[in-house]
Design a protein around this ligand. Structure first.
Ligand code: ATP
Ligand code: MG
Ligand code: MG
Length: 370
């Protein structure tokens, strides 16, 4: 039996563990939150990420992976030389910091939106013009689900936005007039073999992923181009494990990389039910150095996120669970988390034998999830 350690015990760890168990893989998660979703399907070490006994337990595993990028550097340092951590510290250092990430993407030959790194107030001067006059200011660290971002259309906006974000290091990106957003997972084994997930189309609402659909309806050549950029970044960054690239697809078909997650991604959840292996199985196998294959689903499929939404009086709006169960092709995945506005609580995957039926069922499903 192999033994996999995971830094973090949220829903991604829950789903990694659920994929690992039937492969004969025992899972231990290190996670400070007592209510962590993964605690029900893995050995849960309930301690800070830097806890020496917790890190000893991870060091006894065959390999360690992670479900989020903001693991303290001290935890990674403590594991160095004792157990393979995949992806490794160098890749994590880039993917958790927008400025370093964008620079490293460019160095790997990937394309990005125009950007200016804002380290201090002096850097604001002329920055908006340099990115095209309309931009999004994003904190370099700790942003997710659109938190830590402000749209700006004037130098005055930019100054206000930077102060509003706390005057911390930021990246100002040019606003990209994209036609659609797509994402792609890439896995790479320690000996350099590469495999890909599906190209998925993503629709966001209020900065949070709402719906993902496979296959993405992109012009010819776009999937191959996405794979080419993903492979270039995976090779240049020495990926061990799995990472996911988010792209903007421009009207001409050109792809810009928005950001990289050093792990499975919300947009890949539909691979749980589309036939074939899931992104979670792909990450587990890649991290343990087992053979990997592409994990593109066999059937058209989609995912709708279940996010905490409050009604006009502030009380939670519930999804119509009976209606979801009654709709053909649905698979419910809940994370056993307490309700909070804006929090991801679960997702519903949807499959269909063809894309026309998938679209019709997706319209029905979206009406059942607030
Ligand atoms: P997450 O990590 O949860 O995906 P995040 O907080 O890191 O989100 P981004 O992915 O950078 O944020 O941005 C969230 C969304 O905002 C994007 O998916 C896209 O819809 C929009 N967006 C971000 N940057 C740009 C841009 N430069 N031009 C146009 N739209 C953008
Ligand atoms: Mg992000
Ligand atoms: Mg994103």
């Amino acid at each position: 039996l192999a033994h996999l350690g995971i830094l973090g015990g949220g829903q991604l760890a829950q789903m990694l563990a659920l994929a690992a168990l039937p492969l004969g893989v025992r899972v231990t998660v290190l996670e400070p939150d007592a209510q962590a979703p993964a605690r029900r399907c893995a050995d849960h070490i309930h301690a800070p990420y830097t806890d020496p006994a917790g890190l000893d337990a991870l060091a006894a595993c065959d390999a360690v992976t992670l479900e989020f990028e903001n693991v303290p550097v001290a935890a990674l340092d403590a594991l160095r030389g004792r157990v393979p951590v995949r992806p490794g510290a160098g890749l994590l250092d880039r993917s958790k910091h927008r400025a370093r990430e964008k620079q490293a993407l460019r160095a790997a030959g990937a394309r990005t939106a125009p950007f200016v790194v804002i380290e201090d107030a002096a850097a604001l001067q002329g920055a908006l013009r340099a990115v095209g006059g309309h931009g999004i200011l994003k904190t370099s660290e700790l942003g997710y689900d659109g938190r830590g971002q402000r749209r700006v259309a004037s130098d005055h906006d930019l100054g206000t936005a930077w102060e509003g974000l706390g005057g911390v290091p930021c990246v100002l990106e040019g606003l990209v007039p994209f036609e659609r957003e797509v994402s792609l997972g890439v896995a790479r084994t320690p000996d350099g073999r590469v495999a890909f997930g599906p190209l998925v189309e993503n629709v966001h609402r209020d900065g949070i992923l709402r719906t993902s659909v496979f296959p993405a309806e992109v012009p010819d050549g776009v999937e191959a181009a996405a794979r080419e950029q993903a492979r270039a970044v995976a090779d240049a960054w020495g990926l061990e494990g799995l990472m996911t690239l988010e792209f903007f697809q421009l009207p001409g078909g050109e792809l810009l990389v928005n950001e990289v997650a050093p792990r499975v991604h919300n947009s890949g959840h539909l691979t749980q039910d589309g036939g074939g292996i899931s992104q979670f199985e792909a990450q587990v196998r890649a991290v343990l150095g087992r053979p990997i294959t592409d994990w593109r689903p066999l059937h058209p499929c989609a995912m709708v996120n279940v996010v905490g939404v409050a009604g006009p009086d502030g009380t939670p709006l519930e999804s119509d669970w009976a209606g979801i169960d009654a709709l053909e092709g649905t698979h419910v995945h809940l994370y056993h988390k307490d309700w909070r506005a804006g929090r991801k609580l679960g997702h519903v995957n949807l499959v269909a034998p063809d894309t026309a039926l998938l679209r019709a069922r997706l319209t029905s499903l979206e009406a059942l999830v607030p």
